[in-house]
Design a protein around this ligand. Structure first.
Ligand code: ASP
Length: 328
């Protein structure tokens, strides 16, 4: 299922100011003859756009198409898209796809115009992973630069490097080498977020806290009609004491999730006792993102809110998803 992105981008004309997603999936597959030795592949042009233009509505539709393909007998599905939002779409697909089967999301950091275009190698590795026998739950994974990353942990960490995708909290699940797929660890299935109703999809804001912040942005969030908010706090989930009242007030009107701006590790729950420490913030009604980073917490909260018609059930579903990211 091709969605566009750098992997499908070229110069539309000699005068064009830059590359744009313009190539179809047939073009890409034709450049990878070795794919035929790995699997029988059906290419679908689902969208042709920069990944920053994708929406949750697109992803709900895409997940439906993936479910149909898996029901129809596909062993796995490869989603080929822009890398800019890939970490969010992969995690959304892990929550949205309901049929057992491997879903692999990949893309490229260098376009077909550039020397060292990484698209064909990434797609070939992705097809190998999607076609590989499953001995444990695989769910949705990101395959780039011959590494396999769990959707829940994968992050784009560099603006141009082909080695941009990493799992800072957990490391990769495995890799591809000499045409083989190697697994070194596995994850368990995520809890069911529910079935999002497209008409109920509503925007959730992310707000990153920074040194010296006051409460103005938090107070204005309450007036902007967001369905919820994710606060990217300092360290293990902390905020300046001067904004805690505003956060508590916000949490009384919409669900507010507390994440860490560090990009790895967990939000704590029982260590720091000062005003604005995680104990205080959780006590004031914020909800922990656990080991999910802010982008993924936003995905989970958006889908949970669209799947349930009341705040309590949505937050329960969100909390179950958070709890299922890791296991004892
Ligand atoms: N801007 C592109 C996109 O996300 C970058 C990429 O494909 O990697 O669609």
């Amino acid at each position: 299922m091709a969605l566009g992105g750098t992997i499908a981008s070229s110069l539309a004309s000699a005068e064009a100011r830059g590359i744009t997603p313009s190539l179809g999936v047939a073009n890409l597959l034709a450049s990878i003859p070795a794919i035929e030795t790995v699997a029988e592949v059906d290419g679908v042009d689902f969208r042709r756009m920069p990944s920053g233009d994708l929406t949750f509505v697109d992803l709900v539709e895409l997940a439906g198409r993936i479910d149909e393909a898996l029901h129809a007998g596909a062993h796995g599905v490869v989603v080929i898209q822009g890398t800019d939002t890939l970490e969010e779409t992969a995690f959304a697909l892990e929550l949205l796809v309901r049929t057992t089967g491997t879903v692999v999301v990949t893309g490229a950091m260098r376009s077909p115009n550039e020397v060292g275009h990484d698209g064909p190698a990434n797609v070939l590795a992705a097809v190998r992973v999607a076609a590989a026998p499953r001995s444990a739950h695989v769910g949705c994974v990101v395959v780039m630069n011959d590494e396999i990353h769990a959707a829940r942990f994968a992050r784009k960490t560099h603006s141009t490097s082909p080695a941009t995708f990493r799992s800072p909290s957990a490391g990769p699940l495995g890799w591809c080498v000499e045409g083989r797929v190697r697994w070194t660890s596995s994850v368990r299935p995520l809890a069911d977020v529910g079935r999002p109703v497209v008409a109920r999809l509503a925007a959730v804001a992310i707000l990153r806290l920074a040194l010296g912040d006051d409460a103005r942005l938090i107070e204005s969030l309450a007036r902007l009609d967001y369905a919820g908010a994710v606060i990217e706090g300092f360290g293990a989930g902390h905020a300046p004491a001067r904004v805690v009242d505003a956060l508590e007030t916000l949490a009384q009107s919409v669900p507010v999730v507390l994440a860490s701006r560090t990009g790895a590790g967990e939000v704590l729950s029982a260590t720091y006792g000062y005003p604005g420490g995680e104990i205080d913030l959780l006590h004031r009604g914020l909800v922990s993102s656990g080991a999910l980073d802010a982008l993924k917490a936003r995905v989970a909260l958006t889908l949970a809110l669209a799947a349930h018609d009341n705040r309590r059930d949505a937050l329960d579903a969100f909390a179950r998803v958070v709890a299922s990211v890791t296991h004892e």
